[in-house]
Design a protein around this ligand. Structure first.
Ligand code: NAD
Length: 284
């Protein structure tokens, strides 16, 4: 049975990052009765400018670490829900140095689940389709909630680990939790390290764009606005203990995305260099 849940005060972790800040804008615009506390460590990926200008009586920024249990005990009481976006999120960084991924993605989720349990707060866990690994390019199948986990990178394996913690905390301790696994997002406020902003900023800076490998890696692309409305729907109408997959039927290869960006800049569609692929790069 799905319950209808109408939160008034929510914590959004990672609300100064790409997708979290889009969610904060979405909530402020679409749900006028809701107050948001953003909990963000402001790592290199967090930018308070992403939520600047939002009304102060609706959005408060607490700068802190999700692993800080004492801080969580101070701020979680008085809130109805935690919507957990904070993560180390860049695959390339996870290959160069996995340690921060273990700490934030696994230990941080553990700390939040313990806080949700202790203070009786609803918890929504934002995860990625990358926990499922990859599909063959010609595979007619798609991921479902039953697809076995098969993560490829330190990033996706720590996200998979965190999903499993959420399931256990729901089953063992009765934490009112839901999980969503979403495909690749595009939209405003994304860090320049990621694929689309990197291509765009390279073009603005007069740097020739680079493409990993043959560029045939396929992703399902979804606009952050659609991701935000899906997360809100799951938070307020979702079935407790359930995992939801969010996608947009928007499959595109990296080379097609890059060619579209080049076209938008009025450039030749083949005006890019190919570089060596990263290890463990999911095909589709
Ligand atoms: P991001 O890297 O842009 O933002 C992460 C935010 O978390 C930053 O503001 C950062 O300062 C904050 N943060 C990092 N460590 C923290 C810590 N220990 N304590 C508090 N705050 C901390 O990431 P994103 O792309 O916006 O992704 C957000 C979430 O969505 C992640 O959980 C990611 O796995 C998931 N997700 C992302 C995508 C995508 O396409 N980007 C797709 C599906 C799911």
């Amino acid at each position: 049975m799905s319950e209808i849940f109408e939160p008034e005060n929510i914590i959004v972790t990672g609300g100064c990052g790409f997708i979290g800040s889009n969610f904060v804008h979405y909530v402020v615009r679409e749900h006028p009765g809701v107050r948001v506390t953003v909990l963000d460590k402001l790592t290199y990926a967090g930018n308070p400018g992403n939520i600047a200008g939002l009304p102060e009586d609706r959005v408060e920024l607490v700068v802190g670490d999700i692993c800080d249990r004492e801080l969580l005990d101070r701020i979680v009481p008085g809130h109805d829900a935690i919507v957990h976006y904070a993560a180390e999120s860049h695959n390339d960084n996870s290959i160069a140095d996995p340690e921060p991924f273990l700490r934030t993605n696994v230990e941080g989720t553990y700390a939040l689940l313990e806080a949700a349990r202790k203070h009786g707060v609803r918890y929504h866990h934002v995860s990625t389709d990358e926990v499922y690994g990859d599909l063959a390019l010609d595979d007619p199948a798609r991921f479902t909630e039953e697809t076995p986990y098969h993560p490829a990178s330190p990033y996706s394996s720590t996200k998979a680990s965190s999903d499993l913690l959420v399931r256990a905390w729901h089953r063992t301790f009765g934490v009112r939790a839901t999980i969503s696994n979403c495909s690749n997002n595009y939209g405003p406020y994304q860090h320049v390290e990621k694929f689309i902003p990197r291509q765009i900023t390279n073009l603005i800076d007069g740097v020739r764009p680079k493409l990993y490998g043959d560029g045939l890696n396929v992703r399902d692309w979804i606009h952050t606005e659609d991701h935000s409305s899906a997360v809100w729907t799951i938070l307020t109408r979702g079935r407790i203990g359930e995992t939801y997959l969010i996608g947009a039927d928007g499959e595109r290869s990296n080379v097609d995305v890059l060619r579209e960006v080049l076209k938008a800049f009025g450039r030749d569609e083949d005006d890019f260099d190919r570089v060596r692929d990263r290890p463990g790069h999911d095909r589709r």
